[in-house]
Design a binder for this molecule. Structure first.
Ligand code: FE2
Length: 258
């Protein structure tokens, strides 16, 4: 089975890249399943029901989120209903939506998808290591192939979670930093991993934001309204190949100029 993961879709440029590139890329890679991180799809922060529907229509089988999950309040009721859009599992108890879902691949093979937030520099409500074992056990009752989107800031935390889950899940994919790391690999137990899958959006920027605005906020400490940049748009992500038992065989970065 081949799984294409599309890294954090940023604003209109990222959404346009998905709509223009994803159908052809899925075909070219012969991907059986596609998961898209849509955490920054609405203007750089959050996602709306309408945008989620458009990403799904463009070829995503499932959408994962991150620390900006509640930025657009209208997403709450949608998450409560949707089986295709997962929010981080370790937000406050009682939040709408789910942190684990199972979707079928092209041939009907079930694939479990877990979304988790890091703790370092992000401050999740519950530590990811506290909940991950229970989630993985539940996922493995429903699917052999299990993919974890770990939305976290620190490389150390992402490497540690991948090592902790090695041999128990198919892939641990790091997201959130928007800078693709050069460490896509399969760990000894058969878990594919990359510390960060990158960004689908405007790379002529400060991680998606117009550079002058990001610099002004950092230099002055004053509030500056961020706007998505426009130039250097790329679709980034990772493609994973795995066997029927869920063990990964390869993990390769994806980078396509849009
Ligand atoms: Fe994020």
């Amino acid at each position: 089975m081949k799984i294409l993961f599309v890294a954090d879709v940023f604003g209109v440029p990222g959404r346009r890249a998905v709509e223009e590139q994803l159908p052809g890329l899925r075909e070219q890679l012969e991907a059986d399943l596609c998961v898209v991180n849509g955490e920054n799809a609405a203007d750089g922060a959050g996602i709306t029901p309408r945008i989620a529907a458009r990403l799904l229509a463009a070829g995503a089988d499932a959408i994962t989120l991150g620390n900006h999950v509640w930025r657009r309040p209208e997403i709450g009721p949608y998450l409560a209903e949707s089986e295709r859009v997962v929010r981080p599992a370790n937000v406050s108890a009682g939040s709408p939506g789910r942190g684990l879902t199972v979707v079928p691949g092209a041939d009907g093979t079930p694939v479990a998808i877990i979304n988790l937030l890091g703790q370092l520099f992000i401050h999740s409500a519950v530590g990811p290591f506290e909940v991950v074992d229970g989630l993985v056990d539940e996922a493995r009752k429903r699917a052999q192939v299990v993919l974890v989107d770990f939305h976290a800031e620190a490389t150390s935390e992402k490497v540690a979670l991948a090592r902790w889950l090695d041999g128990r899940v198919t892939a641990v994919i790091g997201t959130h930093t928007h800078v693709q790391t050069n460490d896509a690999r399969v760990l000894p137990g058969g878990t594919a991993t990359i510390s960060d899958a990158g960004m689908t959006g405007p790379h002529d920027s400060v991680i998606g934001v117009q550079a002058d605005l990001a610099i002004a906020r950092m230099r002055t400490g004053m509030p500056v309204r961020f706007k998505p940049a426009e130039g250097g748009v790329r679709l980034e992500g990772v493609v994973i190949e795995c066997a029927a038992d869920g063990k990964a065989m390869s993990c390769e970065p994806v980078r396509v100029e849009a």
